[in-house]
Design a protein around this ligand. Structure first.
Ligand SMILES: Cc1cc2nc3c(=O)[nH]c(=O)nc-3n(C[C@H](O)[C@H](O)[C@H](O)COP(=O)(O)OP(=O)(O)OC[C@H]3O[C@@H](n4cnc5c(N)ncnc54)[C@H](O)[C@@H]3O)c2cc1C
Length: 359
């Protein structure tokens, strides 16, 4: 059994930000990640033309102060979401789409230069390589007198402190505890919505931003087509182009080829034949991701129980913390909530370690 003072479960934004904050205080935590790569619900892929395409988290605003400060400290640039020109609204199948002017004066949304994955990559690079183990799914946590025993498929650890950053619902559905977590906590976790766990993201990449050239912003809202929300996804340098958005939840039952055909039909209806000259179609069905959602949250309301104060309770002899964006009282569910959650964990651990004289 390997001894490890602090184990963080999950290398998404919360897990990596926690490890980074701890490292700044001279504490090297070990991060165990089930997937083969880091980032969790942040995933930027590269289109055939080189477009950074977000399959997960994309936008933030000035109000997201924890994230804004993290980006500042990591010296990561951001740029406003393009929204100049007309938007399109499809309200009924038997009437043409209505054009509308994008509201001016609203606080803009921002995107991260190079893609949201830049934050993840930068945090990862700030840690020692041996601090992150990928392909390490934690399946059991057992309380012992001298710490918590953490089991992955092939290794056992004994840790003084364990921090889970899994969506709370996934935690109680996929990790065994001995003794069991208090029923009130287990029930709270089971009834905490995993933000965006049921969403389907898609992008269509193009060689030219034909919508911009025709005075459109690329924003589409639809109650008719499979794509119910679409936005311009041009990169910061404005030399790679895509339209990106969300598909209706019902389309989960279709095959990828069927969804692609439906999206292209909708874009052709809105923009004409030029929409069919695409260089790539990309999508991600988050409900099919076992390390995000074990069972889809259909009966939970969006953000249900996100930021519930009970998540801050001490558990398993005060050695176990349930962290992650869904537990954050500030913008729970969002990237900002993930960074805030990391700060809360570190403040809490710093207090404990100070008492023990370790920092
Ligand atoms: C489609 C989509 C769009 C989004 N858009 C936005 C947006 O525009 N703006 C915004 O602010 N937020 C957005 N979000 C939310 C944002 O992605 C999250 O708030 C943030 O990434 C959560 O980080 P986290 O570390 O708390 O959780 P996660 O990213 O879920 O990290 C948990 C990690 O734990 C790992 N894990 C799971 N089970 C185990 C196990 N048993 N053992 C070890 N590791 C395990 C997972 O693989 C994962 O890496 C979006 C999310 C999605 C899915």
């Amino acid at each position: 059994m390997k001894k490890q003072p602090i184990i963080i479960i999950g290398a998404g934004l919360t897990g990596l930000a926690t490890a980074w904050l701890l490292k700044k205080q001279g504490i090297n935590a070990l991060v165990l990640e089930a997937r083969e790569s880091v980032g969790g619900r942040i995933e930027t892929i590269t289109g055939a033309n080189g477009t950074p395409i977000e399959m997960g988290a994309t936008w933030f605003g000035g109000k997201h102060q924890f994230l804004v400060n993290l980006l500042k400290e990591l010296q990561i640039a951001a740029f406003p979401q393009f929204q100049q020109g007309k938007g399109l609204f499809e309200s009924m199948s038997f009437t043409p789409a209505q054009e509308f002017d994008m509201p001016q004066g609203e606080e803009p949304s921002y995107r991260i230069a190079g893609g949201t994955q830049t934050v993840i990559q930068t945090l990862k690079e700030s840690l020692n390589a041996e601090q992150i183990i990928t392909g390490a799914k934690v399946h059991t946590i057992v309380q012992q007198t001298r710490g918590l025993q953490v089991f992955t498929q092939d290794t056992q650890y004994l840790a003084e402190q364990v921090i889970s950053t899994l969506p709370p619902k996934l935690l109680v559905e996929t990790v065994e505890f001995s003794p069991a977590l208090p029923e009130s906590i287990a029930n709270l976790c089971a009834n905490t919505h995993t933000w965006m766990g049921e969403s389907i993201k898609f992008a269509v990449e193009y060689s030219t931003p034909f919508w911009r050239e025709r005075g459109f912003s690329g924003a589409i809202f639809s109650q008719v087509g499979i794509a119910n929300e679409v936005h311009d996804h041009t990169n910061l340098e404005e030399n790679t182009f895509a339209l990106k958005g969300f598909l209706s939840g019902g389309s989960r039952q279709m095959t990828k080829a069927q969804r692609e055909a439906e999206v292209l039909k909708q874009l052709e209806r809105l923009f004409g034949k030029v929409a069919l000259e695409y260089t790539g179609y990309y999508e991600k069905v988050w409900a099919n991701e076992p390390f995000t959602t074990d069972r889809v949250n259909e009966y939970l309301l969006p953000h249900q129980n996100n930021g519930h104060p009970v998540f801050q309770n001490a558990l398993l002899d005060d050695r176990f913390v349930i962290a992650g964006t869904e537990t954050s009282p500030v913008f729970g569910g969002y990237m900002d909530g993930a960074v805030h959650s990391a700060h809360l964990v570190v403040e809490r651990l710093a207090e404990k370690l100070k008492v023990k004289g370790e920092v």
